[in-house]
Design a protein around this ligand. Sequence first.
Ligand code: GBH
Length: 531
Amino acid sequence: MTNLLGYFLRILIGIVGITSLVTCQLSSFPEDFKFGIGTSSYQIEGGWNADGKGESIWDHLTHTRPESIVDQSNGDVTTDSYKNWKRDVELVRELGVDIYRFSISWPRILPNGYKNHINKAGIDYYNNIINALLAYNITPMVTIYHWDLPQKLQDGLGGWTNSEIVDVYADYAEVLFEQFGDRVKMWTTFNEPWHICEQAYGQHYMAPSFDIPGIPIYLCGHNLLKAHAKVYHMYKLKFKHQKGTIGITADITTPHPLKHNEHDYEAVERNFQFYIGWFMHPIYSKIGNYPKVMIERIKELSHQQGFSKSRLPSFTDHEIKLIQNTSDFFGINTYTSFLVTLNDDDKNPAKHRVPSFQHDMGVIETQDESWDKSGSPWLRVHPPGIRHMLNWIRKEYDNPVVYVTENGVSDKGGLNDVKRVEYFNSYLTSILNAMNDGCNVRGYIAWSLMDSYEWKAGYTEKFGLYHVDFKSPDKTRTPKMSAKVYKNIVKTHKVDWNYMPYVDDKSGTTSTKLSILLICILVTLNAFKLS
Ligand code: GBH
């Protein structure tokens, strides 16, 4: 009897051993999966007024209202990538990635915003970067707009709230296709429309930092979608011969139900629609237009609030058709998750201002205190979120081609960034799970190449795989542990939990790993022998 029990126990342990070995095998990304690394112009370039560059809304905000930045800093110099671009291309190459995702500064190309004056030095700057990347066989993925609008367009037009911006943006994009399109084959029209509109016009957050909740944000979104579609069609017609792809990148903090009841599931769905759907429903859904829940809620609330029409503008049928199917890939940025519940009382101003985006959505967002903290107050580590989010996109939009265009975590500094390594491993594992669920994820772009200017948080939050010594004259870059691990992930197409060897003090780690392996092998062999 005891013999029999021992016999079964051994088989059981053997099975566990084999399964763990097999699951290791499955956790690898397909051969043609693309890995990349990302940055954005204002965050890394510096040279804010060098060689004819015009002022951007971020130059303006940080210069005129430095108190609105946590450490009163600005991006005047930051990592000085304007001067150090060669070094930065080398960093990208060191990582071995397929893609470098960076953005072009509109006022560096068109100092006044308009195409009547093109800044030659700006063109040269990006040409140099693009050519250097291609020489190393790295694909440039260019974001046309990552938040640094020419200040002249803000002052003169009211930025994204004026429909004039549609044509002006299209002119700017046309200059980029003309100048760089022979070599750049991956374009993104916008990085994070939600931030461009809600966080910039609806609250004092991103530049131009207006605090006019619930009204200009929807004008901004409307113009942005039209601008996106206009540029997409121009690219596909006039620049067809360039044979490139063009998409858009939205962002989301993945919502999960606070409690498992119908009420909170509705909050999850509404949250997805207000963040992702606002911009992606018009482009990706079969019926086009804004999500039904946004149209209905904003119309109803506007009416209750005494407005003569909905604060959410409406598209003509022609416009709806024009915006549909205008993205070759679905870009998504994500960092963290929310727990959500419905705001029971729609008229409850104590919870949300009236009117406002948050009040229109009618959802209360919190985070689980048990989720690991990062270097940013808004970012807690919750890896299952990304799988949940990718599956929502799969089901909602008929499984489009997806690129995770940003994902990463912040800390307060240091080279032994174990938490960042764990973050990448666990989020990538969650993406693999999503791919096993059937999600069509084709690429992953880690954020960010190096520590840089983190918008309102200034230099107080670090997202880089490379450390930047901002005090040194040449802004010295040094790889963190995460750079070495990510390099290995890119090379092997597998997550890498064996990162301890990258720590300077690695006493004991190799022997621990060897003993675990030995035990696994012995147990497996033993089970085989007995059976
Ligand atoms: C990305 O967007 C940006 O594309 C990138 O430039 C940036 O460096 C990266 O994130 C890291 O932040 O709770 O009110 O403080 C995500 C933008 C900006 C999302 C800050 C959360 C905090 C909102 N993030 N925001 S709040």
